[in-house]
Design a protein around this ligand. Structure first.
Ligand code: GLC
Ligand code: CA
Length: 511
């Protein structure tokens, strides 16, 4: 049973280094987030996921944590972060921090101790083999870096040694069991980190690589799941309002492991990319592209199964984008984005809006920064207003964390605000509608009513009918609106006994 505040939650993801620079050093910071809370709230977002803001050498933009209990100086102080919690709560908003439980930075004091030749309290905090040169048994490893005659297992980059939560199936003497004392100590250390921030007012965590903890797990990730169920028990007992959202991409497993929400990420061929990023082929067939040869079933086939299977356990989170994914504006026009967001924000579960997607920020082709590689182009500074650094920072432009969009028509909040046709105001209108209509919230039932190719996609949320037509022709769905009439329209609609007709590139909610 997920915390009740999620029923009407809409999240906004903030990449702290790129949101708002309050002190002119070229990097976004926590006081900057505080200054922009009213803006976030004005969108209709009542919760924030803040990407990692902890002390780090930033070889993976902060997903390489050096101190879990200290805010990175470039973002401010622990006191600033606590003030952010207070200021958010004061506005009825919640803050999730980003928890990276699977690995630390190679500069974390635990790892510095762990790599020593002499046995110590942290020797088994990470996963070490019994050879100095070989042998991850299928797991990625790094050799030649440690004092001890061992190689260590990594989760992602070389700088991210995997913490030791043990192994489900133990196949070698160096592999410890998932319930070995060392594995349990790692688990307790991570619970201690969570308590540290929950005690200071955070509302929960987005959990990085949540399925990665126990190695040699079975197909259902039973061992990793039991770690999370243990964490959940701690939350239920001491922090019943706290929530967890997983980077897992398998809600059937994650929601049973105790997560409140799981992201519908682009893995396991779940069809997410077919909505707006289907360009790894000769033609872009993204569902919301006007010219696509569209078929909503490429998404629904898996979505419906996952949705039906997890009802009542927690929520699937659909997202516009995140810091690892090309922004949807990379290929979608403003009109196409409106329809796409209309769909994402009227589906069940708890939606996530990535900062800047509400104004249609572009994906920029940029050289890598802090381990971003192709992800860098989605991490550029928020565009607040025309003029210097598009209002992100007072620093000289060549000192910004990343350059701002240089285009003369770079979208900004100031330019869109107050224009009812803008993407920004459309997002506001959609989110206001979602909050107003109880059927559109997380738990309102969902049913697909018309999924035929060449027809609008029509779906039901509770008593409401919704329809979307991304194509360039008017299309009719053979669905009787049963007396419902338009409540919210982008473009044009007519609803008659014979069917629901949508003008080209239109969306409608019928009540
Ligand atoms: C997750 C994060 C990503 C990071 C990786 C390693 O996928 O979203 O940004 O690089 O984990 O922590
Ligand atoms: Ca700053």
């Amino acid at each position: 049973m997920a915390a009740s505040w999620l029923k009407d939650a809409v999240f906004y993801e903030i990449y702290p280094q790129s949101f708002y620079d309050s002190n002119g050093d070229g990097i976004g910071d926590i006081p900057g987030v505080i200054q922009k809370l009213d803006y976030v709230k004005s969108l209709g977002c009542n919760a924030i996921w803040l990407n990692p803001c902890f002390d780090s050498p930033f070889k993976d933009a902060g997903y390489d944590v050096r101190d879990y209990k200290k805010v990175a100086p470039r973002y401010g102080t622990n006191e600033d972060l606590e003030r952010l919690f207070r200021e958010a709560h004061h506005r009825g908003m919640r803050i999730l921090l980003d928890l990276v439980p699977g690995h630390t930075s190679e500069e974390h004091p635990w790892f510095r101790e762990s790599q020593k030749e002499e046995k110590n309290a942290f020797s088994d905090r990470y996963i070490w083999t019994d050879s100095w040169i070989s042998g991850g048994r299928g797991l990625n490893f790094v050799a030649g870096e440690a004092e001890r005659a061992s190689v260590y297992i990594v989760n992602f980059f070389k700088c991210q040694p995997a913490l030791n939560y043990g192994f489900g199936r133990v196949e070698a003497p160096w592999q410890m069991a998932h319930d070995s004392p060392a594995a349990l100590r790692t688990r307790e250390a991570m619970k201690d980190v969570m308590r540290f921030w929950l005690d200071r007012g955070c509302d929960g965590f987005r959990v990085d690589m949540a399925d990665s903890l126990v190695k040699n797990d079975d197909e259902r990730k039973s061992f990793t799941s039991s770690v999370w169920r243990d964490v959940r028990a701690m939350l239920d007992a001491d922090y019943p309002e706290a929530v967890l959202v997983s980077e897992w991409g398998a809600p059937k497993l994650a929601l049973r492991a105790g997560f409140d929400m799981d992201f519908y990420l682009n893995n396991w061929g779940n069809g997410y990319s077919t909505l707006m990023r289907d360009y790894d082929q000769p033609v872009d067939n993204s569902y919301f592209r006007a010219a696509a040869d569209r078929d909503i079933n490429r998404f629904l086939d898996i979505y419906r199964d996952w949705y039906e299977d997890t009802r009542g356990l927690g929520y699937i989170s659909l997202l516009t984008c995140n810091h690892d994914t090309p922004r949807p504006r990379r290929t979608l026009t403003e009109r196409e984005l409106k329809l796409c967001y209309a769909f994402l924000f009227t589906m069940p579960g708890v939606p996530f809006l990535y900062y800047g997607d509400e104004i249609g920020m572009r994906y920029l082709e940029l050289p890598t920064k802090e381990g971003g590689y192709t992800r860098t182009g989605s991490r550029t500074p928020m565009q607040w207003k025309p003029g210097k650094n598009l209002g992100f920072s007072e620093a000289p432009s060549d000192q910004l964390y990343l350059p701002v969009d240089p285009a003369s028509d770079a979208p900004t909040v100031a330019a869109e605000e107050g224009d009812p046709d803008s993407l920004l105001e459309t997002v506001r209108a959609l989110l206001a509608l979602r909050h107003r209509e109880e059927d559109l919230r997380a738990e309102g039932p969902f049913e697909a009513l018309c999924t035929e190719k060449g027809s609008p996609f029509v779906y039901r949320r509770g008593s409401l009918y919704l329809a979307v037509n991304p194509s360039l022709e008017a299309l009719t769905a053979p669905v009787d609106p049963e007396g419902r009439s338009p409540l919210f329209v982008l473009g044009g609609v007519s609803a008659e006994r014979g069917g629901i007709t949508l003008a080209p590139q239109s969306f409608a909610v019928l009540k």
